[in-house]
Design a protein around this ligand. Sequence first.
Ligand code: ATP
Ligand code: MG
Length: 486
Amino acid sequence: MFSRYKKPNQPPKLAVAPGAAPAPAAVADAPAPDASRAQTARRAPPPAAAVPAQPVAGDKERKRKERMGELKVELHKRLLENLNLSALEHASETELKTEIGAISGEAMTEMSISLNTSERANLVQELYDEVMGLGPLEPLLKDETVSDILVNGPQQIFVERGGKLQLSDITFKDEKHLLRIIDKIVSAVGRRVDESNPYVDARLQDGSRFNAMVPPVAVDGSLVSIRKFKKDKLAIDDLVRFGAFTEEMAAYLQAAVSTRLNVIVSGGTGSGKTTTLNALSSFIDNSERILTIEDTAELQLQQIHVGRMESRPPNVEGKGAVTQRDCLRNALRMRPDRIIVGETRGEEVIDMLQAMNTGHDGSMTTIHANNARDGISRLENMVAMAGIEMPLKAVRSQIASAVNLIVQASRLQDGSRRMVSITELTGMEGDVISMQEIFRYERLGLAPDGKIIGRFTATGVRSHYSERFRQWGYDLPASIYEPVQD
Ligand SMILES: Nc1ncnc2c1ncn2[C@@H]1O[C@H](COP(=O)(O)OP(=O)(O)OP(=O)(O)O)[C@@H](O)[C@H]1O
Ligand SMILES: [Mg+2]
């Protein structure tokens, strides 16, 4: 069965791995020196164990790790030499792992290296990840508890778990290894990254958002950032359960989205903007036609009638770019009821504001800002940068009539993500946009375990849109606007 995946007439090389130590005392499961390929082949494939990250404990452990690293490089080289890569596409994971197990078993026998069962299983998994997947990144991509993967050069991989960044003990062998994996990712989506194109955005097969920057622009080795794609996006109920906002706030947001207010979700990087936008979209009625525009398609709307667009960067000749603005302009000709732009960050702001002002009410987007007031300034700046010659007051009144609500998302220092403010835009007072905060998160202190103690409260201000809510059948009780009593 292996011959299908093995290159014909290519006997494995007999080179000894550099640094391969003499055979340690044979371990029970090590293949006998004369073990034939067929015997190895019949063996049940090792379980697909995730590669455990071994803490570096002392010199001995470090040396062993180094030797294993060298062994892996040698085995990887042999696999590439010996495996028939074109036949691999149709091979099942089990078949391939059995084949890898056989080839590496053979090599280890030649190199007089023996490993126990779990070491072998880990090795086969790692080699499988190298050949078919993204090498050391693979176990992190499979790990559901990891939400972000941040690589700072080959020796440092940080992961985010539960809102907290932690250094993992997974590493790449060297920069060349890291570059090979980056290249594998970007070439799969027809892009290129090198000295002349030192940074790139891509989407992994599983939908994860990927960005890489390579040397010399990245000074200490390639930088990679991956936002893992969450198959089951957090829904409103989950967010309420996790304490991102309260049920009262959810009821208010439901009224706001259902009655087609234009909403902007504002927040810092990784604060939960996209998650919030996605959750808010669940309040949109199934009968509406929604068009989504994103740089990297992350939104997962549950409605029936959804058209998704993804902008496209220019190709290597600098041609063929389709910007968010292009998509947005085209979207206006596609009879949308609502338009959702994943993140407004540039000239598309003009078309977004126009869309919000001209019959596509109920549209939503996110912006990068630290509070509602900053969010407005950011919109003003984006309009100015788009080269629109308009007096500031005119820009402001455009914004004031387009945007009804700014929802502020924030990642607090304890890693929790909360909706720290919901603010309504109520019009203009002179040259200034008037706003009123309806709900906010109040920080009260810090628990000994570092968790932030706080609470959500209404500000006591009744919504500017209460009458609209009532007319649309969302009769929110006056009590939801009452502040929490001490
Ligand atoms: N309230 C929450 N509780 C727990 N996890 C959350 C919450 N909100 C978001 N997350 C998780 O935090 C990560 C970042 O969220 P998200 O992608 O929505 O952030 P973002 O502000 O859009 O980031 P970026 O600025 O990079 O686009 C995701 O893995 C998401 O699942
Ligand atoms: Mg986002």
